[in-house]
Design a protein around this ligand. Structure first.
Ligand SMILES: [Zn+2]
Ligand SMILES: [Zn+2]
Length: 214
């Protein structure tokens, strides 16, 4: 069970706002957004928050990040639609060409609906799927899992430290961004072209002699 420890940030006059909760692990508390008031307002009502260096975390998968940017909340039929535009802390990646690690700036944007357990005004249960984001029983929503998923999909499949990275010398392994090595890298290409012309010769021979008996 988590306990509320501190301040309301970015709160509006009606008392909705982001609150800090202390999680069970050490480190700064993860941020939760209180939507108790918004959930009782008509569909289409909106709030806009500025978040500055707030922590998000999914302890089960050891995910920790920090978010800064803008979060817009719109009351929807089944809960709250969250539109987020966030800068995250840079992520350390390994360059696919030179194998050096480098810090990649991370930015994510998403629109996701957080579904409430029951309607705030009628008390009626709201049907929801297992994989939907939810507003918890105390009218808080946690951006952590959405940030984790969107960060994951924002990671490049082939990370490059810079678009023009020159990679490693295939002969001696020298990082060619740092120095040139004088290796004859054309040798590799020569070997391939030698093979290619050998293959061509064999094909020609086959054409002349007919398929060889195995
Ligand atoms: Zn590189
Ligand atoms: Zn080399």
């Amino acid at each position: 069970m988590r306990t509320v420890i501190a301040a309301v940030i970015g709160s509006d006059a009606s008392g909705s706002g982001a609150v800090r909760w202390m999680g069970p692990t050490e480190g700064p508390p993860a941020v939760l957004i209180n939507v108790a008031t918004l959930a009782q307002e008509p569909i289409g009502h909106a709030r806009r928050y500025r978040v500055e260096q707030e922590r998000v975390s999914v302890p089960d998968v050891a995910f920790d990040q920090e978010i800064s940017g803008e979060v817009r909340l719109i009351r929807s039929e089944r809960g709250v639609l969250v539109s987020a535009d966030l800068d995250l802390l840079p992520v350390s990646l390994e360059c696919a060409r030179c194998l050096e690690t480098f810090d990649a700036p991370m930015h994510i944007e998403f629109d996701e609906e957080y579904v409430v357990a029951r309607d705030a005004t009628t008390g009626e249960r709201i049907e929801r799927d297992q994989d939907e984001f939810v507003v918890d029983g105390t009218w808080h929503l946690d951006l952590s899992e959405a940030v984790r998923q969107y960060e994951e999909s924002a990671l490049p499949i082939q990370a490059l430290c810079r678009p023009e990275c020159r990679g490693l010398c295939p002969v001696c392994g020298q990082n060619l961004n740092e120095a040139t090595c004088g290796c004859d890298t054309a040798a590799g290409n020569d070997r391939w072209s030698a093979l290619a012309s050998l293959a061509e010769q064999l094909r020609d021979q086959e054409m002349r002699d007919g398929p060889s008996e195995a």
